[in-house]
Ligand binder design. Structure first.
Ligand code: AVJ
Length: 338
């Protein structure tokens, strides 16, 4: 992938930012899609979130990989001809810090591996490939800046290989059940029967997880998640010339038990008007906020193991094996394309 291709992709992404922001704040209730969080500053804040004491998701998933990487790779390669190899593709790869554990296991198992990370953030991908190329010999990296929720996946299928798609980090949790099914169907459309998907899902409250623990994971004491949430306004000011005043909004989190999701909002602390100037041929937008009105910025769905299996089946994947941590906080499920 050339630098030029990355640059032209980023023009498409800034047009998508404009479209998404405009349609989101015009709606009732107001929304902003969570992928907007991940500009350079937001990607950096997210990395900090993953190291917070309250945010158990990343370290728990990493511990599952550390304990079971060999077995995961062996299961994914089952039924493989002797010359066959797995190619790994990752949706929403980010900086791919946890993926290294799986890539190292793949190199041990098959000598070398082709890794295709896909993400909307080109800065995150640049960091991902640098980390992997310096730390894990035997990996060939092919980055692709793509919004996998809208565009077909750029899957290079090499001869004699089978694909293992990684969709980890509970990224699927950002989508409503219907959207999640469609994201997985979009992926499934690029796979052949026998290819596999490894999906990481945060689990619904249980014996070792209560509502307070979930809320704390999204409203940490250091205020990092608040900064991550508010950063989307700074991004819209910079990318679109909007005039959001961060001081006039606050980070708000709630657990919506009826649909098993954490919600993040930005609550307007006052009655106010925000302007988004004309761009890409669309006129200036004036957005009125009532005191206490919110912009819904993220859903983070929490799954039962049965809900994961049902979701996978709705996209023609059959779950074959699930690994969980001892406290059942997080699940990693391997599924076969059927
Ligand atoms: C990257 C979508 C898995 O929902 O937990 C972290 C994003 N938002 N803190 C999540 C996030 C607030 C995260 N995912």
């Amino acid at each position: 992938m050339s630098t030029f291709a990355i640059a032209s992709e980023s023009v498409l992404i800034s047009q998508a930012v404009a479209r998404e922001a405009r349609s989101g704040v015009l709606g009732t209730p107001k929304t902003l899609a969570p992928w907007l969080f991940y500009d350079e500053a937001g990607s950096h804040l997210f990395e900090q979130i993953t190291e917070l004491p309250e945010y158990y998701l990343t370290r728990t998933e990493r511990s599952i990989f550390a304990a079971h990487a060999e077995e995961i790779l062996r299961e994914a390669a089952r039924g493989q001809g002797p010359a066959g190899k797995l190619t790994l593709i990752e949706l929403g790869a980010g900086t791919a810090t946890k993926t290294g554990i799986l890539l190292a296991a793949a190199v041990r198992q098959q000598g070398s591996v082709v890794y295709q990370p896909v993400d909307v953030s080109e800065t995150a991908l640049a960091e991902a490939s640098e980390n992997i190329l310096t730390n894990i010999p035997g990996v060939t990296v092919r980055c692709q800046v793509t919004d996998y929720t809208r565009e077909a996946l750029p899957l290079d299928r090499l001869r004699n290989t089978r694909t293992l798609a990684l969709y980890i980090g509970s990224s699927i949790g950002n989508f409503t059940p219907v959207e999640a099914r469609d994201v997985l169907r979009n992926l499934r459309a690029q796979l052949l029967p026998g290819d596999t998907l490894l999906i990481g899902t945060d689990l619904a409250p249980g014996e070792h997880k209560n509502e307070a623990m979930l809320l704390a994971a999204y409203d940490d004491a250091a205020g990092t998640t608040a900064a991550f949430n508010l950063n989307v306004l700074t991004r819209l000011n910079r990318d679109l010339g909007a005039d959001f005043d961060r001081k006039n909004f606050r980070h708000k989190v709630r657990w919506n038990g009826a649909v098993s999701r954490i919600e993040m909002h930005l609550e307007s602390l006052t009655e106010q008007t925000v302007r988004i100037p004309a761009s890409y041929g669309v006129p200036t937008l004036t957005v009125d906020f009532a005191h206490g009105e919110t912009i819904h910025t993220e859903n983070s769905y929490k799954f039962t193991p049965a809900a994961v299996r049902t979701l996978l089946l709705s996209a023609c994947f059959k779950a074959t094996k699930t690994w969980q941590d001892p406290k059942d906080l997080f699940a990693v499920t391997l599924a076969t394309a059927i």
